[in-house]
Write a protein that binds this ligand. Structure first.
Ligand code: DP6
Length: 390
């Protein structure tokens, strides 16, 4: 019988976007990407795993619901973990034949462009890696679950190297700087919608890869230089440079979606108002104080320095009034009343109520960590402690 291993893993939000695959089966990207890993204290996936000789089949429960284990990406991850364990001789041979039970949950909306698959697969692979006592880097295994998941295997700022080898062995994530390097870097996630996205990332990237000329230009001519520049800006803690590249890269990613045929759009009118507001706010200071970035959904992730959070939140509150009593969640913040001088200089008018559902205040954080307080999601029999009856 094996022990139960429980791990929490972070989401990451890219500042240089991954969009397009050169190999679909191995999930190899057309370009490098860079992201910041966000604090698991605010948003995380949590996964418990165990393996036993008496389990009859591999089983998985996601957010309290039993799911099929026939998912190819899930199977690829488990197979790769076992191959590594056999190579490293990290566990006894019979252990490799035992079936596994996996129970996982997210504490934030899944599939709403909030990087849930990244946290989920990074968590699954990190937990299995601990169960099978692997010593080597597992970012290339997390990559087989979801491309962006390979960046959630590390904390701080992370670069996913596209690699050139056909077998994908050089398509791995490495840390640019750890989470203690730039602790002032905070993030505000403006949740505009929580519904499942219309076009999945996987499907959207396929259409782009097949049809967009701009993607080729982006991957060959734009991203290589941007990646070097943003890694330098991170190392030098040059916020304005970091922010400018982040916004331009988000905009180009969405331009590439529009350049696909048929085109698809993830941003909504609220997303565009957020973009206008951030440019308006930065112009007002004649300095880039805030960056926006959008993944495959309408929710914004704003990167900014801790000192600027209270004022920006007061501006967001003013422009996007809310009837929620828990409008700002996550790291506690004193939202200051808005400064009259700023109000007079903003060119954007306050919008209708509740266009932004809520804001998650978080910061750059650590990679996956093992939970040692015994709060496993599986009980001693290897069944979920909590099931969602629907
Ligand atoms: C827009 O990693 O979800 O968030 O590899 O097909 O699972 P698959 O896609 P996924 O794509 C993420 C795309 C993005 C940009 C990014 O995170 O770099």
């Amino acid at each position: 019988m094996s022990e139960i291993i429980t791990v929490v893993a972070p989401v990451n939000i890219a500042v240089i976007k991954y969009w397009g695959k050169r190999d679909e089966e191995l999930i190899l990207p057309t370009n490098d990407s860079v992201s910041a890993t966000l604090d698991t204290g605010v948003m995380c996936a949590k996964t418990s795993v165990t393996a036993r000789p008496d389990f009859s089949e591999d089983k998985i429960w996601l957010n309290g619901i039993k799911e099929s284990f026939s998912n190819k990406r899930l199977q690829n991850c488990l197979r790769e973990i076992k191959i590594r364990a056999a190579q490293e001789k990290s566990v006894g041979e019979e252990f490799l034949y035992w079936k596994v039970h996996i129970c996982s949950e997210n504490n934030f909306p899944t599939a709403a462009g909030l990087a849930s698959s990244a946290a989920g697969y990074a968590c699954l692979v990190s937990a299995l890696a601990k169960l099978y006592k692997l010593k080597s880097d597992v970012s290339s295994i997390a990559r087989l679950g979801s491309g962006s998941a390979c960046r959630s295997v590390y904390g701080g700022f992370v670069r996913w190297h596209a690699g050139v080898k056909p077998d994908g062995s050089d398509s791995v994530a490495t840390q640019v700087a750890d989470n203690s390097h730039w602790p002032e870097m905070h993030a505000l996630i403006l949740v505009v919608g929580e519904s499942k996205k219309k076009m999945s990332s996987t499907k959207g990237m396929n259409i782009t890869k097949e049809t967009s000329d701009l993607l080729k230009y982006r991957a060959e001519q734009v991203v290589p230089q941007r990646t070097e520049e943003i890694c330098k800006a991170i190392k030098e803690k040059h916020f304005a440079k970091f922010a400018e590249i982040t916004m331009k890269d988000s905009n180009q990613f969405h331009a590439v979606c529009m350049d696909s045929y048929p085109p698809f759009v993830y941003l909504t009118s609220v997303s565009y108002t957020i973009i206008d507001l951030i440019h308006n706010y930065n112009d007002l200071y004649r300095e880039i104080k805030v960056a926006y970035t959008f993944d495959a959904g309408p929710n914004a992730c704003l990167y900014l320095l801790k000192k600027d959070v209270p004022e920006l939140l007061s501006v967001i509150n003013h422009i996007f009034p809310s009837s929620s009593t828990a409008f700002v969640r996550g790291i506690e913040t004193n939202v200051k009343p808005i400064n009259a001088d700023i109000v007079s200089k903003l060119t954007i008018e306050p919008q209708a109520k509740d266009l932004i559902k809520y804001v998650i205040h978080t910061k750059v954080g650590e990679g996956p960590t093992e939970v040692t307080d015994g709060s496993h999601l599986l009980n001693d029999n290897g069944s979920p402690k909590c099931l969602n009856i629907i």
